[in-house]
Design a protein around this ligand. Structure first.
Ligand code: HEM
Length: 143
């Protein structure tokens, strides 16, 4: 049994398609969180709250929620290394006329963070996803 384990471990280490054998440590983030289905749930929940927020809700008046949910899901999927190809507007283009403040950016991110927690992602998964979203700030916030 032990030699079988060692054989599997060695083979798995050599084959990139077999990463899940080592108790998840090498599974890519996208697969680990449950892929697009999970991201779509996160954004579904976060956007409902964001659209109703007294401070930032007004930005989204007239923006179809399901379209934005789809674009965000696709973009985050791509950013975290998933098999997606975001074809929406650039972040500069999408946010350039909105004059979004720093504090408003952080408020939106908090909603996304809260939704990730509510869906059941771990603190570590949450932070790994956020580290890919954080660089977007420069293109979203008004300077
Ligand atoms: C991590 C931060 C953010 C990310 C990743 C992000 C991402 C996106 C994406 C992917 C779109 C869709 C672009 C398209 O339709 O092709 C979008 C649109 C939009 N975002 Fe953001 N966004 C962020 C922060 C914010 C913040 C802080 C606000 C406002 C408080 C905001 C307001 C909007 C609005 C109003 C639209 C719709 C623009 C339109 O349809 O013309 N976003 N965003």
């Amino acid at each position: 049994m032990k030699s079988l384990s060692i054989f599997l471990l060695t083979t798995c280490t050599m084959l990139t398609g077999c990463v899940s054998y080592r108790e998840g440590q090498n599974v890519d983030l996208y697969t680990e969180i449950g892929g697009k289905e999970t991201l779509s749930k996160v954004y579904g929940l976060a956007l409902t709250r964001i659209y109703n927020d007294p401070v930032i809700g007004h930005y989204f008046e007239g923006v179809p929620k399901n379209d934005l949910r789809r674009e965000l899901t696709e973009q985050t999927c791509e950013l975290i290394g998933g098999p997606c190809d975001y074809e929406g507007k650039s972040m500069l283009e999408a946010h350039k006329d909105l004059s979004i403040k720093d504090s408003e950016f952080f408020l939106l991110v908090e909603y996304v963070q809260q939704a990730m927690r509510d869906i059941g992602l771990t603190y570590q998964q949450e932070n790994r996803i956020l580290s890919h979203l954080a660089p977007v700030k420069n293109e979203v916030v008004y300077h």
